[in-house]
Design a protein around this ligand. Structure first.
Ligand SMILES: C[S@@+](CC[C@H](N)C(=O)[O-])C[C@H]1O[C@@H](n2cnc3c(N)ncnc32)[C@H](O)[C@@H]1O
Length: 324
């Protein structure tokens, strides 16, 4: 689960994409990852287990090896026939009406396509390039600007960056932190620990906790609305005691806030307040919504935020963070 890249893997593979291609790939990967989550959830429910989405074949092998052929055959087939430059349908799949075997076949197709398109590494490169084009680069510049405005100068402050693409971004180079622990599902540099935040062992003591957590454009990357809620709760477990007023830097694509059927700024405030956060800075650029929260613990209470339609409109997206 926790590994730093060594040897040959330590060398970053350079992937350069044209802007249009980067945007198309980001969109396609979002559809693929979303579909994969829906189908994996079906298997989890059916087998009453956890399916590791990074190694679906392993779960199939251990629960019903007969179904592995359906997965493998479709994976190989799609890799043979898929024309990567053609825009495929962006249809969102559900497992409704599918047999377990059909679900395994669909998962094989998805994994085959992800691999053929260069894997998560390519998706990350597309995200990096797409985002730097959209917003002039590193979102943590906004964080550093805000911390400086607030006169932040905590001795020996330690930060955690969840979903880190570059080890030399503003949060790491600003000099405000003694250490910035950088993690990502798929590390692109030796300084970035390859780790799923949802699997990071919970802190045993305050020394394993952080003065600041950066979670920029990560929650929207998580395909499941319930897991997004779990991620928000989990973040609080990694922050130092509210008495020390730790911070959360949080960024979402603007349409998650301004154009979702199920989510908006009021909903986000309700959610963050229930976790004991107070918003101290907020900025909306034409593409992104940035927030800096201080965790005071005030107003903390357990609430439920189900997926509920807040705004009507055929052109809205379905982004949501669910609290169970
Ligand atoms: C769109 S990129 C954003 C990167 C960067 N933080 C930024 O603001 O530009 C999202 C990153 O989050 C990472 N990510 C998503 N879920 C994660 C998780 N559970 N644990 C660690 N990293 C995760 C992905 O691997 C991906 O590199």
């Amino acid at each position: 689960m926790l590994k730093k890249r060594k040897g040959l893997l330590a060398t970053k593979r350079q992937i350069t994409l044209k802007p249009l291609r980067a945007r198309q790939l980001i969109r396609r990967f979002h559809v693929l990852l979303k579909n994969k989550t829906q189908l994996a959830k079906f298997l989890e429910h059916h087998w009453k287990c956890t399916v590791d989405q990074r190694d679906v074949a392993k779960s199939i092998r251990s629960h019903d090896p007969k179904l592995l052929a359906a997965y493998e055959e479709n994976k190989i087939h799609i890799q043979k026939v898929l024309v990567v430059n053609k825009t495929p349908s962006s249809e969102i799949l559900t497992a409704k009406g599918l047999s377990v075997e059909q679900v395994c076949s669909e998962l094989g197709k998805i994994d085959g396509e992800i691999e053929k398109r260069g894997g998560l590494e390519t998706y990350q490169a597309a995200s990096t390039q797409g985002q730097s084009l959209q917003r002039g680069g590193d979102s943590s510049k906004k964080l550093v600007q805000w911390l400086k405005e607030l006169g932040y100068s905590k001795e020996n402050a330690v930060a955690l960056e969840i979903g880190c693409l570059h080890s030399r971004n503003a949060i790491s180079t600003c000099g405000l932190f003694k250490e910035v622990v950088k993690i990502d599902l798929h590390s692109q540099e030796p300084e970035i620990i390859e780790q799923d935040f949802m699997q990071r062992p919970l802190p045993k003591s305050s020394s394993d906790k952080f003065d600041l957590i950066s979670c920029s454009l990560v929650v929207n990357f998580v395909p499941d609305a319930d897991v997004r809620g779990e991620m928000m709760v989990r973040i609080t477990q990694f922050l130092k005691d509210p008495a020390t007023k730790p911070y959360l830097f949080f960024v979402l694509p603007l349409p998650c806030i301004t154009n979702s059927r199920y989510f908006d700024n009021a909903r986000l405030s309700e959610l963050t307040e229930s976790l004991g956060f107070e918003c101290v800075k907020h900025h909306e650029s034409h593409k992104l919504a940035y927030y800096l929260y201080k965790r005071t613990g005030v107003g903390q209470k357990k609430i439920k935020l189900p997926k509920k339609e807040l705004h009507k409109g055929a052109n809205r997206n379905n982004f949501c963070i669910v609290m169970r």
